[in-house]
Design a protein around this ligand. Structure first.
Ligand code: KG4
Ligand code: ZN
Length: 361
């Protein structure tokens, strides 16, 4: 089974297309991976505005697909199958990519694969890597999802736990907003944290059930640390200072301490999952895996336990279409012929926690 997969992703604020080839030797090669980000459009709202996102997807979807084909030096007629992120996500955004993918698959009479976005993040570390050994644990940490999985030899993910409030990337974004950093704040907060003392503030770790995550308490602790505990009560409650009143060094300390607490919270659940479900491989993915401090902790975790770590390079951490193509190829290899063109886009996924609005306030 070999050929070229055109993959499309439009579930949130990235319009992406990629060509992923499976060679005769069974290797997955990413021939192109184009991502058009809408961050500048959502910047002034400090969060993703669904209507703006879907309109921008409409404008960018065809140019992005053409660019993915052109940079792979291919024409549409060279495509053997089409895949798309079909759930979960903003429904207006999903529909743009899904409609384009279905139209292309139909016009070429090629197989169509509707891929779960969370599952694609989960397998993104396998792109260009040798197959994983099972059983495995999976961790997806992104702006929309924070989930732990157990993976059996059939590569069927079983959700062990997820966040009961914010996703970890969302918490990074909100903490960054509190510090006056641009959206999406995760990478900016990481940058600021480099100059700070991670021990400066002892932020709390959530006391949830062992395999569940929670970041709202950390977020509130961060808010009070930045702006002070609000004075007054009820309607007259107000903050006495803003991030502008803090010297740069104090902001860096807050960023570093927040990052340390958020990562410690993730690692604590991972340790608990490993104690309950010993594994040979750890598959991680999602935008927050782009964070160098988290990558380091994950590497240490895996080395100490003699577990193979499947962690994507940074370009496949944040939303992209190569991971969609990779996940579709894995289905083909398992003998899957594809999905009907009647398959609907869906805002939710059984692999994700309840969807949250990704605003920042
Ligand atoms: O996977 P992704 O692109 O979108 C979702 O599926 O949600 O993840 C985006 C999230 C954002 O919250 C962003 O701030 C966060 O990943 N992120 C980071 C870093 N790079 C991206 N968080 C912390 N440190 C980073 N370096
Ligand atoms: Zn994602």
């Amino acid at each position: 089974m070999h050929g070229r997969m055109l993959a499309i992703e439009s579930s949130c604020d990235e319009t992406a297309a990629a060509v992923v080839e499976r060679t005769e030797a069974g290797e997955l090669a990413v021939l192109s991976n184009i991502v058009a980000s809408q961050h500048d459009l959502h910047q002034r709202y400090a969060g993703v505005v669904p209507e703006i996102a879907s309109r921008a997807h409409l404008e960018k979807i065809l140019p992005v697909i053409h660019e993915a084909l052109a940079s792979a030096k291919l024409k549409l007629c060279h495509v053997d199958a089409v895949s798309v992120g079909i759930r979960p996500g903003l429904i207006g955004s999903l529909l743009v990519g899904v409609s384009a993918a279905k139209a292309i698959a139909w016009s070429l009479s090629k197989p169509f694969f509707g891929i779960d976005h969370v599952e694609a993040h989960l397998w993104s570390g396998l792109l260009g890597q040798s197959a994983a050994e099972f059983p495995a644990l999976g961790l997806v940490v992104s702006g929309g999802h924070t989930s732990l999985f157990h993976l059996d030899s059939q590569m069927t993910p079983t959700l062990l736990g997820s966040t009961i409030d914010d996703a970890v990337g969302e918490a990074f974004d909100k903490a960054a907003f509190m510090l006056g950093l641009p959206h999406p704040g995760g990478p900016h907060l990481e940058q600021l944290a480099r100059g700070g003392n991670p021990q400066a503030h002892a932020f709390p770790l959530a006391q949830t059930d062992a395999l569940q995550f929670s970041f709202s308490g950390l977020k509130t602790a961060m808010l009070y640390a930045v702006r002070g505990v609000p004075a007054g009560r009820g309607k007259s409650s107000h903050f006495t200072r803003s991030h502008r009143d803090l010297p740069q060094g104090a902001k860096a300390d807050l960023a570093a301490s927040f990052q340390r607490a958020a990562i410690a919270s993730v690692l604590r659940r991972l340790r608990e999952a490993h104690a309950r479900y010993p594994c040979k491989t750890l598959c991680v993915g999602g935008g927050v895996v782009a964070n160098q401090a988290l990558r380091h902790e994950l590497m240490v975790f895996a080395v100490e336990r003699n577990i193979a770590l499947r962690m994507p390079p940074q370009e496949y951490c944040v939303d992209n279409a190569a991971m969609i193509g990779g996940a579709a190829w894995m289905r083909i290899v398992r003998g899957d012929a594809g999905d009907p063109l009647t398959m609907p886009a869906q805002p939710n996924s059984a692999l994700a926690s309840a969807p949250t609005m990704r605003g920042t306030r």
